[in-house]
Design a protein around this ligand. Structure first.
Ligand code: CA
Length: 401
């Protein structure tokens, strides 16, 4: 489509709306406004036009405003709590210190669209100091900020922490294949923790299959958008259109997750019982090295490394480590301190109080590079046993992976 055709046919430019659904109510909470052009009966996306830097800014802005004005005009009839996601090029906003856009929105505030319903979507890579000031200025009017187009890297985490957006949009496109890059999940995990810390809501977009919806739900996503739910439309839909369907699907997710958690709980319990048995058997020889040797026989294919620490995290024993299929004692580890590890002291206190072992989450072992979990177990109030589990063992109990 020729840019000139678009510019000379502004009446052919109009908005599409893609609904955003929420996890807590299973209903439409907002719409992203998208630009479309009707060229000879064919509806095409204005996306490429808006992103074309060869087209002078004022022309792009004119088309953008035409679409937005039509969209907001239509949105006047919506429930007063429905959010409106507006895409804007940060450079175009900064152009006039963001005043034109603000005045534009204020005009519609008079018609009943409060600024608190506007979610301004900007791309992360466009952010600079000037941008921060502008966004903070907009915020004083109640406008919400969403970060879209995160890129594939976690390198934006610091910028997100700095900007403290209301909403972070996460693209699920990389999850289209059943085997996304392993780093993808870890990055998302960091992102979900950061979002929680700064009070931002995660919106997962490009959800095209049910497993992507499940993934979004599992990773702390509150808002969802994508063809699996609804494609962009020229009109608004009943808010509860998917309520029953989503309720049913989320029920399945919940059942699956609970089953998994119950199985992890059962494995933790069986560890607890097994260790108590072994310890009762070894009660007389409570020398740490002998205990670890005895454990290495009983947990031969289960453990990859074992050691004992005191309640300040100082290692009291050598490592018992399985090297090339053979158990060996590694005395160099005696005396090291592990209290700096995340959750270490917290888990220690929990074990002491509950007098029970704890199974950690999945993580990557620094030395072996293997995916593992650690079972920690209180020998008494001051001594704690740590057992790093083999990948084979996790693999045999697939709920552990
Ligand atoms: Ca967007």
């Amino acid at each position: 489509m020729d840019a000139l055709d678009i510019l000379t046919n502004l009446d052919h430019c109009f908005p599409y709306f893609q609904p955003v659904f929420s996890a807590d109510e299973h209903r439409v909470i907002g719409y992203e406004i998208l630009g479309r052009y009707n060229g000879g009966g064919q509806v095409i996306s204005l996306g490429p036009f808006f992103q074309d830097n060869n087209i002078p800014e004022e022309y792009r802005l004119e088309v953008d405003n035409t679409v937005l004005a039509k969209a907001l005009e239509l949105a006047i009839g919506l429930d007063p709590d429905v959010l409106l996601f507006v895409n804007r090029d940060a450079d175009l906003l900064i152009h006039d210190s963001g005043e034109e856009f603000l005045q534009f929105l204020l005009k519609f505030q008079e018609k009943g669209i409060s600024l608190e319903r506007i979610v301004l979507e900007i791309a992360m890579d466009e952010s600079k100091d000037e941008m921060d000031h502008l966004l903070n200025y907009y915020r004083t009017f109640g406008i919400k900020i969403a970060i879209d187009k995160l890129g594939d890297e976690s390198s934006h985490l610091d910028r997100i922490g700095q900007l403290k957006p209301d909403i972070v949009k996460v693209d699920l496109m990389p999850l289209r294949s059943m085997n996304p890059p392993p780093a993808y999940q870890d990055t998302l995990y960091s992102l979900s923790i950061l979002a929680r810390k700064i009070g931002a809501t995660l919106l997962f977009k490009n959800i095209e299959m049910i497993y992507q919806l499940q993934f979004a739900w599992q990773h702390g996503g509150r808002y969802y958008q994508g063809f699996y739910l609804e494609k962009p439309l020229s009109y608004f839909i009943p808010r509860d259109i998917l309520k029953d369907k989503l309720k049913e699907e989320f029920h399945e997710f919940i059942v699956y997750e609970k089953k998994k958690l119950e199985s992890i709980f059962a494995i933790t319990e069986s560890f607890q019982v097994k260790l108590q048995e072994i310890l009762t058997k070894n009660r007389k020889s409570m020398n740490f090295e002998e205990l670890l040797k005895s454990l290495s026989k009983d947990l031969d294919h289960v453990a990859l490394r074992m050691y004992i620490c005191d309640d300040d995290g100082f290692q009291l024993s050598p490592n018992m480590f399985k090297n090339d299929g053979k158990w060996e004692l590694q005395p160099a580890y005696t005396g090291k301190n592990w209290s700096w590890r995340p959750y270490f002291l917290e888990n220690m206190i929990r074990m002491r109080n509950d007098k029970k072992g704890i199974l950690s989450d999945l993580y990557c072992d620094i030395e072996t590079g293997e995916t593992t979990r650690t079972f920690s177990f209180p020998l008494n109030a001051h001594e704690y046993l740590f057992i790093d589990l083999t990948y084979d063992f996790l693999y045999q109990h697939d709920s552990l992976l």
